[in-house]
Design a protein around this ligand. Sequence first.
Ligand code: SAM
Ligand code: SF4
Length: 326
Amino acid sequence: MIDGQGRTIDYIRISVTDRCNMRCVYCMPEDGVAKTSHHDILNFEEILRLAGLFSRLGVRKIKLTGGEPLCRLGLEELVSGLAAVPGIDCVTLTTNGTGLASRAQALRQAGLAAVNISLDTLDLVLYETITRRPWLDKALEGLEAARAAGLPVKVNCVPLLPQQKLWDVAELARDRAEAVRFIEMMPIGLGKEFSGPGQEAVAAVLEQRFGPLTPVSERLGNGPAVYYALPGFRGRIGFISAVSHRFCESCNRVRLTAEGYLIRCLQYDDGTDLRALLRKGASDAVLLEAMAGEIAAKPEGHHFAAEAGAPDGAADETRRMDQIGG
Ligand code: SAM
Ligand code: SF4
């Protein structure tokens, strides 16, 4: 579907849980969060019904996210159902990887097309500092399991601390045709308390170590990353720089929270409570109208740079990233 700004919206990020087994400092509070009850989270039947309707509106790609999506029991069953929805071309997952070792094979068999694994550092101590969990080994086992299962892998890294040794993370792309992407810290939720280095600073660190980054024109996946080659690297280095290289004009997505709230844009609360409609017995036509209305009303873009907050009296985002799904 084409939104009110002329952009094609063919991608949805579906959060399947707001629970997480980690507590990344820029994403979730140390003490955890009030648990949303199972009843308040969309069940698989509801998610599949909505996916079918989104497909009718032109959505072709689904990314499952969270919280930590592997915390949702039976995720394999959901993947298999979503992959079978007519019109849906690919179902992918973004995960911290710590639960992937025992499940990568089954997810692949269920129809998962690819996986993004979040790995902010390969330094054991710093990994625990950032995630508040001593589980770097588990995440790396998950990465290996995904590869062994034949799942295309991308690594996502959010730079935030000087000691992070970003070059070590970049090295994951040296011998494999896999991308490592550096995601700029966004001032959303707890991310407002951090200011990581921007794209140019990260690029400078990598170039000093490995040589010049050369832009490549190929598109890898469905998102806003821009990719570069490094001398001697089989894989690509990507940057997703929402703050320093705003890409709202090419935004192709909407987001569905675990509670069934359809969000137009990461930085706005505006949206529609699809769960309420579903549970009131809304017809497909009513749901489609609500969904299409949200897509049509997608704002022009975020306003990270505006101190005054959301323009035109729109409602600024109040959710944390673990609730939105990134
Ligand atoms: N738990 C899964 C994971 O970590 O990949 C999926 C959910 S997580 C919210 C999705 C992505 O959002 C992760 O790569 C995480 O690093 C990123 N993220 C969280 N807060 C962020 C922020 N303020 N700015 C940029 N990226 C953020
Ligand atoms: Fe959990 Fe992912 Fe947020 Fe880390 S970034 S706390 S793994 S949801």
